[in-house]
Write a protein that binds this ligand. Structure first.
Ligand SMILES: NC(=O)c1ccc[n+]([C@@H]2O[C@H](COP(=O)([O-])OP(=O)(O)OC[C@H]3O[C@@H](n4cnc5c(N)ncnc54)[C@H](O)[C@@H]3O)[C@@H](O)[C@H]2O)c1
Length: 328
C-alpha cells in the first residue's frame, strides 16, 4: 500500500485509538515485540571521491543504518525494515525510507507490503496524543511544537485531532513553522513561546539541546519524540531528571532515547520510570498531581507500527482504499 493510500486508510483519530490499544495489548502480554536490530551501513570507501564530490554526494559521505523491527499480535505478524540516511536530502531522497511486511500470524502468509514512512508518521503522531491524554492535566489545551518537520507535523495533527490546541510552532526553518501553523490554524512563534504551552513536543533531529531545566513549568506535559537512537538528546539531563518520567518501553528508552543520558549519569533508574502501557491499563500511577511535570520518552515501537498497519489492512479489506496486488 503506497504512502497516500496508508494516510487515506487510517485517519488520525483511528491511529490514536489503535496505537492506544496496541500499548494496552503489549502491556497485557498479548502482543509481543523482540528488540529492534540495527544494521550499520557505513559510507563506502571511495578514494576517487574528493571533497567537492563528498558534499554533493552527502549520502555516501555520511552513510546510515537499517533497522529491523518485528512484532506480533491480533493474528498478524509484522516486520518493519526502515533506514535512516542523514545525507539523503543532498541526493534528493528522504532521510527515512522503508517497507512494512504484514503477515498472517497463523500461517506465515505475507498479506501486505506498506510504505513505512506513512505508517511511522501516523503512529509517531498518534503516540503523542495518547501520551498527552494519559499524562497531561485534564484541562491542558495549548501545544508547543519544537521542530516542525515530518514527525513534528504529525504530532501536531494528532494532538489537534485529540482536542488539543491552539498551538505555537517553532522551527529554525521559519517556513516549516509557518506552514504547519497555517495548516492547523495555530501560530508560528519563538521557542520560548512554544515551551510555555501546556503540552510541549520536541521533535528535532536530537543533535542539539532544545529544552533545559529553566523551561520547566508546573503542570506541563512533555513529549520527547526526537531522540530515538544512541547519541541523540533534546533536553539536558538535569531537565529530564527533574520530571516524573514515562516511556514507551524501558529497554529502548534507556539505551537509545531521551532518558539514556540521565540513566548513564546515574540520575535516573528503572524504578523511577513508568511505561505508558501500565498507565493506560491503570496498573501504575500517571501524573503525580496538578503541579507535577510529566515527561514521556518516545523511541518508537514496532507494536505501534503493527497497530496502524492492521488498521490499514482492514480498511483495504473493507474497500476503503485500493492497493496494487502481486502474486509471489
Ligand atoms: N519517537 C519516534 O517514534 C520517532 C519516529 C520517527 C522519527 N523520530 C525522530 O524524530 C526526529 C525528527 O524526525 P523528522 O522525520 O520529523 O525530521 P525532519 O528533518 O523532517 O524534521 C526535523 C525538524 O527539526 C527542525 N530543527 C532542527 N534543529 C532544531 C532546533 N534546534 N530547534 C527546533 N527545531 C529544529 C528542523 O528544521 C526540521 O524541521 C528524528 O530524530 C527522528 O529520528 C522519532
Amino acid at each position: 500500500m503506497h504512502h497516500d493510500a496508508v494516510l487515506a486508510a487510517v485517519p488520525a483519530a483511528v491511529a490514536i485509538d489503535r496505537v492506544r490499544d496496541g500499548f494496552l495489548r503489549f502491556h497485557a502480554g498479548e502482543w509481543v515485540m523482540p528488540a529492534k536490530v540495527y544494521l550499520d551501513s557505513p559510507p563506502p570507501e571511495s578514494p576517487s571521491v574528493g571533497p567537492a564530490d563528498e558534499t554533493a554526494r552527502g549520502g555516501d559521505r555520511l552513510g546510515g543504518d537499517f533497522r529491523a523491527m518485528p512484532a506480533r499480535g491480533g493474528g498478524l505478524a509484522l516486520l518493519k525494515w526502515i533506514s535512516s540516511f542523514p545525507g539523503n536530502p543532498a541526493l534528493g531522497l528522504p532521510t527515512v525510507m522503508g517497507v512494512l511486511c504484514l503477515s498472517d500470524a497463523a500461517t506465515g502468509e505475507p498479506l501486505m507490503l506498506l510504505d513505512a514512512r506513512a505508517v511511522t508518521a501516523l503512529r509517531t503522531g498518534a503516540v503523542a496524543a495518547v501520551a498527552a491524554r494519559a499524562l497531561a492535566l485534564p484541562e491542558a489545551r495549548t501545544v508547543g511544537i519544537v521542530g516542525c518537520g515530518l514527525h513534528g507535523a504529525w504530532a501536531a495533527r494528532c494532538l489537534q485531532t485529540a482536542g488539543y490546541g491552539p498551538g505555537v510552532c517553532f522551527d529554525p526553518r521559519p517556513e516549516a513553522a509557518r506552514s504547519l501553523a497555517d495548516e492547523l490554524g495555530w501560530t508560528a512563534g519563538r521557542r520560548t513561546e512554544a515551551v510555555r504551552c501546556d503540552v510541549v513536543c520536541c521533535v528535532t533531529p536530537g543533535l542539539e539541546i532544545v529544552f533545559d531545566a529553566g523551561d520547566l513549568h508546573a503542570g506541563m506535559h512533555l513529549n520527547m519524540l526526537g531522540a530515538d537512537g544512541p547519541g541523540k538528546a533534546e533536553a539536558t539531563i538535569t531537565a529530564v531528571a527533574s520530571c516524573s518520567l514515562f516511556c514507551d518501553e524501558w529497554h529502548q528508552a534507556s539505551h537509545g532515547g531521551e532518558l539514556t543520558g540521565a540513566v548513564e549519569a546515574g540520575l535516573v533508574s528503572r524504578e523511577q520510570v513508568t511505561e505508558l502501557g501500565a498507565v493506560l491499563a491503570g496498573d501504575a500511577q500517571g501524573r503525580p498531581g496538578p503541579e507535577g511535570v510529566t515527561l514521556f520518552d518516545s523511541t518508537g515501537l514496532a507494536i505501534q507500527d503493527l497497530a496502524v498497519a492492521a488498521a490499514a489492512y482492514e480498511a483495504w479489506q473493507a474497500g476503503v482504499v485500493q492497493a496494487q496486488t502481486v502474486e509471489l
